[in-house]
Design a protein around this ligand. Structure first.
Ligand SMILES: [Ca+2]
Length: 321
């Protein structure tokens, strides 16, 4: 006989055991609720990055408020020619396309990207009128002052941007907002371009997944009549950017390479490799089918080359206040 076996059974012991069981049950339930809430928060915060058009506009306005800059602004190129910009907020998103996207290519692997700072992006593709005002020449194939400038190489864009940055509004000193230390015009990075194009969407196009939805937003092979069109004739995306899909494909600043997948870790403002042989072109053009105009579709071309389906738009980062 053990010492414990000698202990007399007390009248209240079964009730005490029941109480302990209830305590354990409630503790487990509470722990499950806490884990569940945390999991939901984690999923909602880190996985569900996409948002609708109302949320896109709210984020845009909030970013403008925090920076104390307008959502839209103009850059005066002189002679009555202006370049319009809209503010694109910072954010985190999955760049690339999901495995089930129709017509997806292998170089569109999904990966997390964080755009750290809001930036101004050209509301429209750079027009021939703007190109000519800055450079003094116009060699586009499809002539029209409001049509996008094409036959412009990546190197040619750099020459344009160098001249643009010499404008009084962009020279060191007051920024376009009238405050700060000046903003510099440049091409968008590929990540900035896709974030701006998507405006919170995770579909093939900013207009959704249906090919038919693209016709209201883009000039592409099926509706272009084999020519470019004056900028801004189609619907804008939720951030007010026109012709991100189609019309002319747009140069990005990056050298092209395969995406690097960082798992859950976001790539912060990725700018592409330091060297390469081809630069990235995005958005498709008047000559492309719908697949070629997808938000995730990556085009490439040597920086010294240009043709009548390639153009660009300008990005500027607002000065810090
Ligand atoms: Ca375009």
């Amino acid at each position: 006989m053990t010492e414990a076996a000698d202990q007399p059974t007390l009248p209240g012991e079964p009730a005490a055991k029941h109480h302990r069981s209830l305590t354990v049950f409630y503790a487990v339930m509470c722990a499950a609720i806490v884990v569940g809430l945390f999991s939901f928060w984690f999923w909602r915060t880190w996985t569900v990055w996409w948002f609708d058009a109302d949320e896109a506009k709210k984020r845009q306005s909030a970013a403008a408020g925090r920076l104390r800059v307008p959502v839209e602004m103009e850059l005066d190129l002189g002679g009555g020619v202006k370049m319009e910009f809209v503010l694109v907020p910072a954010g985190r998103f999955r760049m690339g396309s999901p495995a089930e996207e129709v017509g997806r290519r292998d170089d569109e692997r999904l990966h997390w990207v964080t755009i750290a700072r809001p930036f101004y992006m050209g509301k429209y593709e750079v027009t021939q009128e703007q190109w000519e005002k800055v450079t003094g020449v116009n060699y586009s194939d499809f002539s029209g002052p409001k049509n996008p400038a094409e036959r412009v190489s990546w190197d040619g864009c750099q020459a344009f941007l160098q001249l643009l940055n010499q404008l009084p509004a962009l020279a060191p000193g007051p920024a376009p907002s009238g405050k700060g230390d000046g903003a510099r015009a440049r091409l968008p990075t590929e990540a900035e371009w896709e974030w701006a194009c998507r405006a919170g969407t995770r579909s093939q196009f900013c207009s959704g997944d249906a090919d038919a939805s693209l016709a209201d937003y883009a000039w592409f092979h099926a509706n272009s009549g084999n020519t470019t069109h004056p900028v801004g004739e189609k619907k804008p995306n939720a951030w007010g950017l026109f012709d991100m899909h189609g019309n002319v494909a747009e140069w990005c600043n990056d050298w092209y390479r395969e995406y690097v997948d960082g798992g859950w870790a976001s790539q912060l403002d990725p700018a592409g490799p330091a060297t390469g042989s081809s630069r990235v072109v995005r958005g498709g053009s008047w000559v492309h089918n719908t697949n070629g105009c997808r938000a995730a579709r990556r085009g490439t071309l040597g920086p010294q080359n240009g043709d009548c389906s390639r153009g660009f738009r300008v990005v500027m980062v607002p000065a810090r206040h």
